[in-house]
Design a protein around this ligand. Sequence first.
Ligand code: CTP
Length: 398
Amino acid sequence: MSGQRVLLIVGGGVAAYKALELVRLLRKAGVAVRPILTRAGAQFVTPLSLEALCEDKVYQDLFALTDDSGMGHIELSRSADLVVVAPATADLMAKAAAGLADDLASTTLLATDKPVLMAPAMNLRMWLHAATQANLATLKARGVLFVGPDEGAMACGEFGPGRLAEPPVIFEAFMAALAGPAARPLLGKRALVTAGPTVEPIDPVRLLTNRSSGKQGYAIAEALARLGADVTLVSGPTGLAAPPAVKRVQVETADQMLAACQAALPADVAVLTAAVADWKPAQTEGLKLKKGQTGAPTLQLVETPDILATLSKAGAQRPRLVVGFAAETNDLEANARAKLARKGCDWIIANDVSQAGVMGGDENTVNLITHEGAESWPMASKAEVARRLAERIVQALV
Ligand code: CTP
């Protein structure tokens, strides 16, 4: 990244303070940051803090560009490899979509011939308003890149989409944008990944679950997103943070996981790594089971839906490539091949869990089983397995 130059437009919104953290990340990576602060932006962060962090002059006024250290707005708009707008307010998006040029930020956006990355932040009703959504579609159609907004609690007390993406996520999007489309062969492709365990309640306080950490699935979601895919990660409970630029849907039971997967369709590829409980209690008690005179209760179990088999047979909605995982301790290839046929998926990643430390660990030994053949991959970190699988997915889809 060192030597790259970014023009950062800071719009007016409570989230503007996060732009300072973004500057810190960019500067740490050796990126030169030239800031433009809008009049509204200056209500939230001071030119002094921006100037100190950027170690550059802060540009604020369209008609003050003639002082000796200044440059014309055309020159300014081209003085970087990329333009980042964070936070991109509804107003800045509307101006850019309409081609308005009534202040320095909007004039720069109209004049630039560089790629533009916007990180929107606004009240959720403003974000969901048809006008903003139309502006978003217009800007996307013109090639403007977007990161976020996130969903969550907002400064105005409401909850929903509209929060500025976290600075590390914007930073990641910035690096991807600089790398250009060649580094993101999965741009425009949708991926669905499941990860983690499921949790099947017995009563309000007891449950059936397993030891899956979710690490392999999270690494795969991250690797696919890094290559440009639009990734939905349907995750059971794990202690892991959502990977950058991945849409995470958190679920508990197998039934919820299936519903979330179906809601995420259509997808070009589905990679199902979740350790879905095979059985759930036939009924969930509404009240906590008490130790009575009747002795230990007998749990009646019923099968959960098989998400891999269901998606593999989803007819017109079937993802083009469906990848399942199989944890095996013996007869790895034969067992995995039988599973491939039984579930109707395209590939199985057969996980050798006979060695201690794979479950919950950071390394994995896997075999890729397809209808055509089998390959065994050397022991590698889960991140490396994910990267390798993502590359194979590119070969299959692109
Ligand atoms: N899977 C699923 N839904 C289930 C069960 C499993 O989607 N209800 C998926 C898992 O995400 C994984 C694959 O199916 O991709 C694993 O299949 P499964 O039959 O559960 O494998 P094992 O646990 O290895 O089963 P077995 O006991 O048959 O070895």
